[in-house]
Write a new protein. Sequence first.
Length: 536
Amino acid sequence: MEIFVISSLINAIVGASLGTAVLLQNSKELANRTFSLLAFIIAFWSFGYWRWLSSIDLEHAFFWILIFTVGSLFIPVCYFFWVTTLVELEKKFKPFIYSFFLVSSILAVLLYTSNLLIRGVEPKFIFPFWPIAGNIYLFYIIFIYVGLVGWSLILLTLSLYRTAESTRKAQIKLVLWGSAIGFGGGGTNFFLWYNIFIPPYINFAVTLGLFFFGYAAIKHHLFNIRVITAELLIFIIWIFLLIQTLLADTLRSEIINGALLALVIGVGILLIRSVINEVKQKEKIQSLAEELASANEELKKLDAAKSEFISIAGHQLRTPLTVIKGYTSMVLEGSFGKIPDSIKEALNRVLISSGALAKLVSDLLDLSRIEAGKIRYEFKEVKLEDIIHGVLQELEETAKVKNIPLIYKNENAADSRMIGDFDKLHEVVINIVDNAIKYSEHGSVELVLRKLGPGNSQRLALSVKDSGIGVKPEDIPKLFGKFVRSENAKRIRPDGMGLGLYIVKRIVEDHKGHVRVESEGVGKGSTFSVELPALS
């Protein structure tokens, strides 16, 4: 007997808790409201069931049997209503839903005004008070209980085969399983009504069916699983303490249980609010993260398009620039005949400008390759001193125009062999020396090559010291960034893009080396140092 009492009480607590939690979560959703209605009706039915089985006299037992039966009249209707909202057919079936609620209401009135549904109460099996079915009770079982539940299952099954979405199919399957378990367990109550001695041992399956329904609703994104779990547990504790308070034997027990209930209600409200706020914050963060991810993808596409444009534009510009430099150089050398001295100065400027533009194009192409991960190196044995001499020859004319001597010293690196890419290392040296000339108006540019370190850890160190504009201490950490230039550099050479040192750093690091800059401040010159592994 106790097992039936306990199972009905559990059904009541779970139904009331789950219905309240879902309704509080989002009462604007029709699916939430219809689910809560179903859960409350099941709780109402279960509560009447519990009080009926707990009764010790005929009068009280009969009263709660009537309550229990009213609940059972509306369970199939509420279930049908909820299913139509799940399969999105509630508008189509609205006249039927209203009609079924009307029929259940008429049966509820007949329950209290006649003996057509329940004729009386008698002892059956282990139960001292069990209802006797009236003449139309079978009508309720066949047309309301079996008919509406069966119709609902047909709608769910048809929806299962119509939908192609896997998540949606999983939700419908959960409802079907919950229906089979819940109504199968609740239906075992009917046997004793017709003297079939099969006790309702699996009445507790109603609770399992509710959990299946609830999980299906969660999968349908009708409420958040963390919030609903917290609310459900708290509501169960509240109801348990409330029942314990109502059933207390003494005034002292009532006061203690009541005070505990009040305390737990306060703590529970704070906990629920905390969980809801946390979930809202996480959902907001997740939404922002998704937006950022989408924006990041768009930026990547734009960046790729930019790199492709730079690459195409760079290749298109490189050919005419090569022609301009070549023919200008040939004219200056007299390949097309002697030219007046007055024209030579202008042609020298054309040669210098075309060289600067060619370097800019080369920097842009290198940048696009670096960002695309397509920069290629041909590592082989090279002499760093040969690279330095080549750079000094190339920039000799540029330095002469500004009257800045180029001074080179090899202190102790008679053997300057290393493994590297000749062209890329040439680009490193020419970038640093060219900058030193550009940003100096007087003095000299001094290059010093040294060999540092013992044995296998020897390094070649090249320093380039100028008497130029210098660097502010706060600008030094940013100097090797992409498109970064100091304010002084922008003022003196507004045409630069701030790519040279970024490319220098990448090439040096790809050669297992490092580059740094030192300066005592604005107007006091700079020293750029490059260290690279040497061959011992």
